[in-house]
Structure formats: C-alpha cells, structure tokens
Design a protein around this ligand. Structure first.
Ligand SMILES: [Zn+2]
Ligand SMILES: [Zn+2]
Length: 390
C-alpha cells in the first residue's frame, strides 16, 4: 500500500507507517492512531470585512481581532474588498496600525472583487496584491501566471448566485462551501464542490463568515445593517485546520492539503474523519489524504470532537462521489462511528461526511444558531486513486 500526499507528489512507503503515533485528546476521546500525528488543530475565520471595505459598519480591525481572541480563535484572515482601494490592500488593511496581534495568527489576504466574481487570497506573508487586481479582467491563463508568480492561495468565494465565481476553478486551491451562518444558501456551493471533486480535482472546502458589521461600541452609531452582527459574525462558520505547527505557513499548508473541517461556530464540535486503508486497526489516513485503492474494503472512522451536547443524537451522512452512501446516528461524550466500504480499484473514489444536530450555543452571536439550522460540521474528503499531479 502506498500513500501519497496531495500536492507534494512524493510517496510515503507504507513501511514507515508501522510506527504510528497515538493522539489523545484532552477530553478523553478514544485514541486515534494516525500517521504524522504531530500537529495542532487551529480554528479561525477566513472571510471577514473591516472598515477598509466601504460597505462595512462599526468594524474596525481592532474590534475584529479582539472579538476573535475573546471567542478563542487561533487565526484570522481579514479579507477586505480590493476594488474599494483600487487593489492597494497593502496601504490600507495591512498598513492599519491595528493590524497586529500578540496571540492571533493574522494571515495576509483580501477579497479579489471582480466583475466575474469574488475570490479570497490567503498568504502567510505580504505579497503584491496590486498585480492580481490589475489582471482581474484578463484571460484566465494570464491570471494563472500572475497568481503562480505571487505564490498565493486563491479560493473561490460564495461560488453560486450573485457574484458567482466566473473563472476557471483551476485557478483555485479551495472553495467556500460554507458562507455565513445562513447554511441553507450554500446548497449550490456544495453541488459545485462535489462536481469539482468528481472531476478529479482535490479541492479543499472551507468556510467564511463574510461578516461586515460589528456591534457599535463607544461613540459608534447603529446603522441599517447593525442587526446583522447578532446573526453573523466572526466564527459563523469556523474553519478548523490541522496544522503541523502553530504558524501562518502551516495554516496555508493545511489549507492546500485539505486538512480542514468546518463547524457552524467556534464552540461547536468539529468532525474528524479517518481511514484505515491497510485494515490493521491504524487509521493512517485523514481528511485530504489520497491513497491507491487495493480493491479491498477500507474501514473509516468519524468522530465529533469538542463541545458536544450530551443528550443530543447527531446524524452523520457519508457522501461517496457526490452521493449519499450511508447515514448513522451518534451520541455520547465522544460521538463516534465506523463504517466499511470498498473504493473503486480502477476509478477515483472520494468520501466526505456531514454532521447535523443541535448547535452548541454561541452567546456572542446569539441569533446565528437559528440560521445555521441543524448544520453542525462538515469534513473534507478522503481520496482514493486521485492523481496528485493533476
Ligand atoms: Zn464577496
Ligand atoms: Zn466578502
């Protein structure tokens, strides 16, 4: 059995997997043996607008950062509309004296706001965003060259409906499958994601609140959109990344590689999804991993980690190649289930999971739970027979 990693294309010989580490959680969850288990789950929001987006209100950079720290975020990307500053993000959001934190990891980014749709840029360092802004109406092949030279992660935002992503998806490494607390409006984004996955693209699904409006403080005044802060703000939804370490570079790498789970708010549990392709009881694969199918059955494990509600029964839906495979009910302190399926030995197969149930309370954004309905968390896929060099 050979495992190969998503974007690096190098092979990890299965012999190396004999010495697997065990990860034990703080909250007595079952041990999950996985390869390269050294890492840390970090939570954050990848789509937030500050005062440097002209239609935002009461949302200074400091307010966003302080709120994020209050609710325990590890990282954040403030993504202001680049067209509001003619592409000069470097002298607005990033030059804001409030754009700093002693504890929160602040990615560099912006919302690439074009006539053909919106995308977010994520970077572990400052980059020349002006160049990307200046080619926004160019042919995709030329945009791709600029994007590559900038060495940035580009992500399709709210890909359907208004401002749909009218570019080639070969320009992006990820897609915003969960925009804002209003879960119901994401159905088409999920459909597009499944189409991209089914066509052989190992594309990361991620979330973003797209919050624009803060709660007024001090001399700030309420505006017509102030009410939104109670429904949708930082963390609705929350994107978890399994990073090698607590650093900006590791966050980008995890986003690139699909080590990502999305939950409806920062206090909700996240879903973790593993596979045991060798049948030896060790779940060596996790979300984002890709293995060669042997034609033998593979055991999968789904866990819900974090602030689960003790009395709640959660519904786990397994999606295989865009279609529902199975549904399970899980409950308890560490809700967990396993299932077995055989990935196609010839063609590609991917599996991902969706968890529904009652939302854990998010008192700082008190009306978000109702908008999220029963949506709790979704995983990224585990892949078989995908081409890492695609
Ligand atoms: Zn947008
Ligand atoms: Zn936006």
């Amino acid at each position: 059995m050979l495992l190969y990693s998503k974007y690096y294309g190098f092979l990890i010989i299965a012999v190396l997997l004999l010495n697997v580490d065990c990860v034990f959680a703080q909250d007595n969850r079952l041990p999950v043996p996985i390869v390269n288990a050294s890492g840390v789950w970090l939570k954050g929001d990848l789509h937030v607008h500050s005062r440097h987006s002209t239609e935002s209100s009461n949302n200074s950079v400091a307010k966003i950062i302080n709120f994020s720290k209050l609710v325990g975020m590890d990282y954040l990307c403030i993504t202001d509309h680049d067209n509001h500053v003619n592409g000069d993000v470097a002298h607005h959001t990033w030059a804001d004296p409030e754009f700093k934190s002693d504890s929160l990891l602040l990615l560099y980014g912006a919302e690439w706001t074009t006539t053909r749709g919106h995308g977010n840029v994520f970077s572990d360092k400052s980059y020349n965003h002006q160049r990307l802004f200046d080619v926004r109406d160019d042919r995709d092949v030329n945009i791709g060259k600029v994007k590559k030279s900038l060495n940035i992660h580009l992500s399709a935002n709210h890909p359907s409906g208004k401002d749909n992503f009218g570019f080639s998806y070969d320009l992006v490494q990820s897609i915003e499958v969960w925009n804002s607390a209003m879960w119901a409006k994401n159905a088409n984004a999920i459909m597009i994601w499944d189409d991209m996955l089914s066509s052989g693209r190992m594309m990361t699904g991620r979330g973003g609140s797209d919050a624009h409006h803060g709660v007024p403080t001090g001399s700030e005044k309420s505006g017509p959109n102030t009410y939104q802060a109670e429904f949708n703000y930082v963390g609705t939804p929350t994107t978890w990344v399994f990073a090698k370490e607590r650093s900006l570079t590791a966050i980008i790498e995890a986003l690139n590689r699909g080590k990502v789970s999305v939950s409806s708010n920062p206090f909700n549990p996240r879903v973790e999804f593993y596979a045991d392709p060798k049948g030896n009881g060790n779940f060596e694969m996790m979300m984002g991993d890709n293995a060669v199918s042997t034609g033998r059955p593979v055991k999968f494990q789904v866990q819900l980690i974090g602030n689960t509600l003790p009395e709640e029964t959660y519904k786990v839906t397994v999606i295989k190649n865009g279609k529902q495979l199975n549904v399970y009910q899980i409950k308890g302190k560490v809700p967990i289930t396993e299932f077995t399926d055989t990935p196609d030995v010839n063609g590609r197969t991917y599996y991902r999971v969706v968890v529904e149930g009652k939302n854990t309370d998010y008192p700082q954004v008190p009306k978000s739970m109702a908008l999220s309905e029963n949506m709790v968390s979704l995983s990224n896929p585990i892949y078989f027979n995908f081409d890492p060099k695609f």
